[in-house]
Design a protein around this ligand. Structure first.
Ligand SMILES: [Zn+2]
Length: 95
């Protein structure tokens, strides 16, 4: 106990992030109503309603985590690592 000083560093890094606010689903929801989703490995592409995603995953889920969850819906999710599906969000630069 008693070691709280280094915390200040974390706060500073968090505050300076230019993409702060768009790294979570809740942040993205402030700018978009539909989330464009594409997969780097298969033909999958589309748009998901952010309202629906919020209900399912909550506003605090980080976008990288959401990518992984969405990739679970892909046909190649169980392929070998080097050819496994990898979902990304082309309209959001923060991932
Ligand atoms: Zn895919």
């Amino acid at each position: 106990m008693g070691g709280g000083v280094h915390r200040a560093v974390d706060l500073e890094t968090g505050a300076q992030g230019m993409t702060r606010g768009s790294n979570t689903l809740g942040g993205v929801a402030q700018h978009f109503t539909l989330l464009a989703v594409r997969c780097a490995r298969c033909e999958r592409r589309g748009r998901l309603r952010i309202n629906h995603l919020l209900k399912e995953h909550g506003p605090d889920i980080p976008m990288p985590d959401l990518r992984q969850r969405l990739a679970q819906d892909c046909p190649k999710r169980e392929a070998a690592l080097y050819e496994r599906c990898d979902v990304f969000f082309p309209e959001i630069g923060a991932n």
